[in-house]
Design a protein around this ligand. Structure first.
Ligand code: FAD
Length: 244
């Protein structure tokens, strides 16, 4: 059986490990954190992602812990509907789901010994048909292939393509979860409000949680405002809502 070394045990690494197990490979995931956990808030699984969940026999579980999405609605800053895209007409559904739920769904179905935690990848070498991966702890492992699933500032990517910083797209974002559901919320909808270089949106995840997110254009690498992130966001939103 071909052994595949996967660097990173996030949503990407866990999904890859599960897919490779199904395909008859022997994947082993090396994750730098000591505990498997997904941070962050919600994620929308579009039909391409739910197609993969179905192939992994996890679609029903995903629907059970998530929330079916019917429409993606874009509104102006004043709340006037601009576009309303029905997303429930695909062959497979669109699901709003908590990132931790999705992550758990994926890694719980991979045998535990396939996740090696607390190992930080540093570099790799090709030796004949094999690849050797080296870790900060001094561990070195050998496999038939190596896959980088180590996220935005991927060390695997650096080892293959050289050191290139991610491209900053001039937006910063805030994300959160709440139990509060606005009375005007339309069930099944992702609702976004856009204008003046800012945006605010929300959607339902499973278990009665609402995921909200805000984005505003901002220069790169700004420190947090002295008033704190929450206050800064509250002021941005108050300025975003048009005065009557
Ligand atoms: C604001 C925002 C909203 C988004 N919304 C959506 C959405 O609605 N739908 C959607 O499909 N996508 C969305 N995305 C994109 C999606 O979230 C990411 O593409 C996805 O989470 C990336 O997962 P990943 O497993 O590749 O990386 P990550 O989640 O970053 O995981 C990387 C893992 O690798 C580990 N690691 C890092 N370096 C090393 C190392 N050297 N050695 C060992 N382990 C290492 C890390 O600890 C981590 O566990 C969004 C992204 C953002 C920023």
């Amino acid at each position: 059986m071909k052994k595949v070394i996967i660097i990173g045990g996030g949503i990407g690494g866990a999904a890859t490990a599960l897919a490779l197990s199904h395909a008859g490979f022997e994947p082993v995931v090396y994750e730098r954190t000591k505990q498997l956990r997904e941070v962050g808030a919600g994620i929308a699984l579009w039909a391409n992602a739910t197609h993969i969940l179905k192939q992994l026999d996890l679609l029903e579980d995903g629907i059970r812990v998530g929330c079916l999405t019917t429409n993606y609605q874009f509104n102006s800053q004043r709340g006037k509907e601009l576009v309303n895209v029905p997303v429930d007409g695909f062959e497979l559904p669109v699901i709003g789901i908590h990132r931790a739920e999705l992550h758990q769904l994926l890694w719980r179905n991979v045998p535990g010994e396939k996740f090696i935690l607390g190992e930080t990848f540093e570099r790799f070498e090709r030796k004949g048909n094999q690849v050797h991966a080296y870790f900060a702890s001094g561990l070195s492992v050998e496999g038939d292939a190596l896959i980088g699933a180590d996220g935005l500032r991927s060390q695997v990517r650096v080892a293959i393509l050289g050191d290139e910083s991610p491209t900053y797209r001039n937006f910063k974002t805030w994300r959160g979860l709440t139990d509060y559901i606005p009375s005007t919320y339309r069930p099944g909808y992702i609702q976004e409000f856009l204008g003046c270089g800012q945006g605010f949106g929300f959607m339902m995840l499973g278990k009665g949680k609402m995921y909200w997110y805000a984005a505003a254009s901002a220069p790169e690498a700004q420190p947090d405002a002295a008033i704190g992130r929450k206050k800064e966001l509250e002021i941005s939103i108050l300025n975003f809502i048009p005065k009557k």
